[in-house]
Structure formats: structure tokens, C-alpha cells
Design a protein around this ligand. Sequence first.
Ligand SMILES: NC(=O)c1ccc[n+]([C@@H]2O[C@H](COP(=O)([O-])OP(=O)(O)OC[C@H]3O[C@@H](n4cnc5c(N)ncnc54)[C@H](OP(=O)(O)O)[C@@H]3O)[C@@H](O)[C@H]2O)c1
Length: 330
Amino acid sequence: MNNTKAVLIARPDGMAKQSDFAIKEEAVREISDGEILIAIKFLSLDPALRGWMNEGTTYIKGVELGTVMRCFGAGEIIQSNHPDYNVGEHVSGLLGAQQFSISDGKGLSKCDLGVGPLSWHLGIMGMPGMTAYFGLLEKGKPVAGETVFVSGAAGVVGSTVGQIAKIKGCRVVGTAGTNAKCKYLLDECGFDAAINYKEEDVEAGIKKHCPDGIHVFYDNVGGPLLDTVLANLGKGARVVICGAISQYNKSPIYGPSNYMKIVTARGYITGIIVFDYIKEYPKAVREISAWMKEGKMKTKEHIEKGIENFPSTLEMLFTGKNFGKLLLEV
Ligand SMILES: NC(=O)c1ccc[n+]([C@@H]2O[C@H](COP(=O)([O-])OP(=O)(O)OC[C@H]3O[C@@H](n4cnc5c(N)ncnc54)[C@H](OP(=O)(O)O)[C@@H]3O)[C@@H](O)[C@H]2O)c1
């Protein structure tokens, strides 16, 4: 059996490009005692991959040049020499950008297909869904009646944040980059208002849709948008920095100049790294699964095909061409 994989061969300067990767093929080796062989069905394209391509260590070490690109994946166990894993079971984890992955089982999660299809375990019931759940509830601490503002709202993290905030009784306003995405937020996700940040004046939109100020800002975008929101915080506001996708391809990055508004709002700015909540994931999966079954929450997926398209698919996250959780079917 041959394994096709996307190997990182260069550190990107700005946007990651095709030439930063080599698509290689090699024979799958025999598994040893304590190992399993996974046939990967879906790879998860996440904005964090851009940071993992850089040299050095942040919350996780950068991917070594010449090795398979790190990314989440989900698949089926097709061989097992491990007592805890059986052939036919489905697992997810950092399986790498490839067709087959050999694992000793450490860091893998078993996927219960009873709570949702395999792809959901990389999206709303996987790492991005957990980010939304814990980032909003543990860091943003929304209270019914408050206004929650979400940037990058039409993505898997943003749309999940907004829907949880609605369930918690908040007014929810978000930004997205196309009218179709804004329509999805209003019609499918129950947002109270959506602002197309590419075509509309965001400040004017905030004044119109958030008359009492913003109490929780869940930021996926960063840059000048963060400054605009800081200028419009309500009293006691919590600003959750989840990501800053507008800055991932830049160096140096744009920092906020309106940060003193945190003082006048008596608020705080905080960050979230989802991996800090790994032990609590099952609780969140149970709750999100129940909300999905009750029809209180929806998710949208964008599925591309073929491992050779890994580099061009990754690019979609940074041009806004993805509409929903971006996956590559292997
Ligand atoms: N802290 C953590 O532990 C953690 C974990 C997971 C994810 N995250 C962060 O969560 C955020 C959302 O991730 P996701 O998986 O849900 O991705 P996503 O929203 O599905 O995809 C990325 C979206 O970002 C938007 N975007 C790209 N460039 C932009 C720019 N210059 N300005 C404004 N928007 C831009 C695009 O949508 P538009 O069409 O709307 O522009 C694009 O579709 C990212 O910042 C990611 O790094 C953090």
C-alpha cells in the first residue's frame, strides 16, 4: 500500500503557497506491537496550520522541514496491534496531512458516530467546536441579555460561538466577508445582525446593532477590527482573543491602539488555547450533540477532495473562499 502525503519543505513568507509543500508517495510500513494503522478519511484545514509552519515554538513546536505537515484528521482503524483499539473503530487526532497514519494511540480520540458523522468530529464536535464552547463560556462568560459580538462569524468557530450565545439568551452580532455568509448567519444561525466587513462600515454597524455596547467580544480576526470593537465596549466587557487570522501572514502584526478602552469599560482582554480543556471535551461534546439533536444548533461544512490539493485548500482559509468547516476528503 502506498501513502501520499504533503510534506513541509519551506517556511512561508506571507501566505503559505504550493511551493512550501512537496507531495510525496512512499510505501506504508508494517505496524509494530502497540501500534495501529489508520486510513484517514478527512483532514482538517485549520488557520493554526499557518503558525505551525513557522520556525520555533509558541504553544506548540513548529513543524520540522522535510516532515509530513501536522494537521488534525479522522479515519478508520484498518490494522491494530494495540489492546485498546479495534479494527473498524474511528479515531481523530493529529494524524498528519497524509492518507494513512501509524499511531501508538497516544493523543487519539475515539469518534462516536452515534453523536454525529465522522467529519463533525473535526468540526463542531472536534477541536474548533471545543474552542467555541470553552472560549465563550469559560472566558467570555456571557450573561442573558448581554450583547455578544463575534468576528469571523461564519466560520466553524464563529458560527458555533454565536449559536451558543443565542442559546444562553444573548443578543448576537457578527462580521463575515460575503453577503451569502451574512445571510447564513441571520437565516440559519439565528444571529440578530450580521455585518459584511468588506462592504459595510463596521463602526456604523456596531453603533446600529449594539446600542448598549459590546459585552463579550469573541475575536477570531484581530487587526484594525479589534480596535474598532474596543472603541465600542460596554461596561464590564470581556474580550476573548481566540485568533487573529487577518495577521497570520504578516510580520510584524498590527497591535491595538484602543486598548485603554478596556480601562474605561472596566473590562478585560483574555486568550484561549483550546488544548487546555482537553479533559473537559466530553462534557462539551454531550451538550453540543444535544443542542444539535434539539435543532438549536447547525453546522456547515466545506469539503474539498484529494491530498494533492492540500496546499491550495489551506489557502482558502486566508482568502475567505471556504464557507463552513474546511475539510479535505482523502
Ligand atoms: N485559540 C485556539 O485554541 C483556537 C483554536 C481553533 C481556532 N482558533 C482560531 O479561530 C479562528 C477561526 O477558525 P475557524 O477554524 O473557524 O476558521 P474559519 O472561520 O472557518 O475560516 C477562516 C475565515 O477567516 C476569515 N478571514 C480570512 N482572512 C481574513 C481577514 N484578513 N480579515 C477578516 N477575516 C478573514 C475568512 O472568512 P470571511 O469570508 O468572513 O473573511 C475565512 O473563511 C481563527 O483565528 C483560528 O486561528 C483558535
